[in-house]
Design a protein around this ligand. Structure first.
Ligand SMILES: NC(=O)c1ccc[n+]([C@@H]2O[C@H](COP(=O)([O-])OP(=O)(O)OC[C@H]3O[C@@H](n4cnc5c(N)ncnc54)[C@H](OP(=O)(O)O)[C@@H]3O)[C@@H](O)[C@H]2O)c1
Length: 272
């Protein structure tokens, strides 16, 4: 990479965000990383700033401090969480928290960063979606809704900002061995007496198993770093195992009822 470029990142304290931050650092980027658990300072060759993407004032402060260090050539948004629960027993407050973090958090950051990129004549914005941004799976409705929102939003964004030299890329990871249980709480109303209890147990066991046996997060980080180094970046970058690529492909081809039957059987089983 010629000259040192600066990337601002959200959700860089753990999981795929941390792996991506490390890969970008290793590729020579100056990484300014934000997370709630960070104190302002420097560590592991990266600059850390405290950031809560659900808080407008925190976003404003992060951008102000980061701009003093180096304006953004790229913004990579990984901050995210999910709540596991049935649609019926996930409260509106839990839905709100997930949407506020995953989707509105991105909106807030983009609104703060877009003027800076426009003034500089360009930039790259990377938004972490998920395979769940393309298809729904049981007991992850709040998360799935937030990722579908990101997908629709990004399609609008890329068309609007193209004339300003700003490129947008959606990263759509399949399961990776990275996510922390801390960011995957069970909905408070889920209980052993729930009418969904048996299906929920089966579904969350499959979700947990797939993540534990998922793809390598280091590899994902390196792929994103390599892609960001290109002059032109793709709008969609799916990083998933062959069977998850196939699931998305099949989802596009098959009738909705058949898709639902396949996914339901996979997560919940035929008997329930
Ligand atoms: N892991 C997977 O298999 C997988 C698959 C598909 C998509 N993804 C997506 O990849 C991204 C990273 O997920 P992950 O599972 O790898 O990581 P994770 O371990 O769940 O980490 C979540 C990150 O988000 C940050 N975060 C959460 N709430 C925040 C807030 N309000 N403000 C600022 N930062 C916040 C956390 O930092 P603090 O707590 O320090 O703030 C942490 O760095 C997410 O967008 C996720 O949806 C992951």
């Amino acid at each position: 990479m010629s000259g040192r470029k600066t990337v601002w990142m959200t959700g860089a304290s753990s999981g795929l965000g941390l792996h991506t931050a490390m890969a970008l650092r290793d590729d020579g980027w100056r990484v300014i990383a934000g997370a709630r658990s960070f104190e302002d300072g420097e560590a592991d060759g990266m600059i850390r700033l405290k950031l809560d993407v659900t808080d407008e004032e925190s976003v404003r402060r992060f951008c102000e401090e980061a701009a003093k260090i180096g304006p953004p050539d790229a913004l990579v948004q990984c901050a995210g969480m999910l709540v596991l629960g049935s649609c019926e027993e996930t409260t509106t407050e839990e839905f709100r928290r997930v949407i506020d973090t995953n989707y509105l958090g991105m909106v807030r950051m983009n609104r703060a960063v877009l003027p800076l990129m426009r003034q500089r004549g360009g930039g790259k914005i990377v938004l972490f979606s998920s395979i769940n941004g393309l298809l729904g799976i049981p007991f992850q409705s709040a998360y799935t809704a937030s990722k579908h929102a990101i997908e629709g939003y990004a399609e609008c964004l890329q068309m609007e900002v193209k004339p300003f030299g700003i490129q947008v890329m959606l990263v759509e990871p399949g399961d990776h061995r990275s996510g922390s249980d801390k960011y995957r709480p069970h909905a408070a109303e889920m209980s052993p007496d729930s009418p969904y209890a048996a299906a929920y147990e089966s579904g969350t066991a499959v979700i947990h198993h797939d993540e534990q046996n998922g793809s390598d997060p280091d590899r994902l980080g390196r792929k994103i770093a390599r892609t960001l180094d290109r002059k032109t970046i793709p709008f969609r970058k799916r990083i998933a195992s062959p069977d998850q690529h196939l699931a998305v492909y099949i989802h596009k081809l098959l009738p909705a009822k058949l898709n639902a039957a396949i996914l339901r059987t996979y997560y919940i089983g035929k008997k329930q």
